[in-house]
Write a protein that binds this ligand. Structure first.
Ligand code: SF4
Ligand code: MG
Length: 308
């Protein structure tokens, strides 16, 4: 038995078997263009869930709007497609309601680093235990090729016909400045590396960003697969690289151009999560507390005394 990972027993629903790639299979037909980097990201996310032996009922996915935000449609998981740029606040609300669940937010660069920028910055400093995977193809794909927050200076698109005049968003440098506790980068054409970064992000306690470089074969003819391939390198191959060293991490986070660093750029494993610092949540999940509150034998005064 491989595709049904849970079975009822006397204590409720228990994980009985190991999950595998088939566990997450769906019959939903993809609308992505052939050659899109999203395919590699989808395969790597499934691989990471298999590697962590997480069944569909143990993880909740949130996405925004865009080509990449369709990703949870193509997996057998629980997911909520929110509105443009709003995956993170909804994911945070869910995490606070049931902090025992693994929570993953998936956005594109336009969605996560543009429309959702305010939410991104504040989620980084709040540090809820959420993994955020950003499919960064440096262009708006679904809305047909406008320049995005990560498009390079001078990038020509339908909305920047003479070249973008804006400075690109640097998500890793932003994360360093905003107090993010885990920052990583990977590449959709290196699925093994990407799956390992997602696994590290999902086991990190706190907000964990995985910035995933990916080609948009239809609209971005500058930052192609070959463009990324010829530039990326792994920080784990650098002698003495220490992702817990803020100074080293700041330097790598700033690097973009002929060489682009991938790997765990920064990790602070000592920082408490947002949930860890809410006294009420140490008594159980909000879900459990509200169930208790709804019990007939539980009056408001005793509930208040117990939890306030
Ligand atoms: Fe992928 Fe670009 Fe096609 Fe969207 S438009 S599916 S990002 S290749
Ligand atoms: Mg994009």
């Amino acid at each position: 038995m491989t595709d049904t990972a849970i079975r009822p027993d006397s204590s409720g629903l228990t994980l009985m078997t190991k999950v595998d790639m088939k566990t997450f299979q769906t019959t939903e037909k993809s609308t992505w263009c052939a050659g899109c980097g999203d395919f590699g990201i989808l395969a790597s996310i499934k691989q990471a869930l298999v590697g962590l032996n997480l069944a569909p009922h143990q993880v909740m996915f949130f996405s925004g709007i865009g080509c990449g935000s369709k990703l949870p449609h193509y997996m057998h998981v629980s997911a909520l497609n929110t509105i443009h740029g709003r995956a993170l606040p909804v994911a945070t609300g869910f995490k606070l309601a049931n902090h025992n669940m693994k929570v993953v937010a998936i956005t594109g660069d336009g969605d996560g680093y543009g429309i959702g920028m305010g939410h991104l910055a504040h989620t980084m400093r709040r540090n809820p235990d959420i993994t955020h995977i950003v499919e960064n193809n440096q262009v708006y794909g679904l809305t047909k090729g406008q320049y995005s927050p990560t498009s390079g200076h001078g990038y020509i698109s339908t909305t920047s016909p003479e070249g973008s005049i804006e400075v690109s968003v640097n998500p890793l440098a932003l994360g360093m400045a905003m107090g993010a506790s885990f920052l990583a980068r990977s590449f959709s054409s290196d699925p093994k590396h990407l799956a390992s970064m997602i696994m590290k992000a999902m086991t990190h306690k706190g907000y964990a960003l995985v910035d995933v470089l990916q080609p948009c074969v239809t609209y971005n003819h500058v930052n192609t697969n070959e463009w990324y391939k010829s530039r990326v390198y792994k920080v784990e191959d650098l002698p003495n690289y220490d992702p817990t060293n803020r100074q080293m991490a700041y330097e790598r986070a700033q690097e973009w151009g002929d060489r682009i660093p991938m790997g765990v750029i920064y990790a602070d494993t000592d920082r408490p999560t947002y949930e860890d610092q809410v006294p009420l949540l140490q008594r159980g999940t909000l879900l459990e507390l509200s169930e208790k509150a709804m019990r007939k034998d539980y009056d408001y005064e005793s509930l208040k005394n117990e939890y306030m």
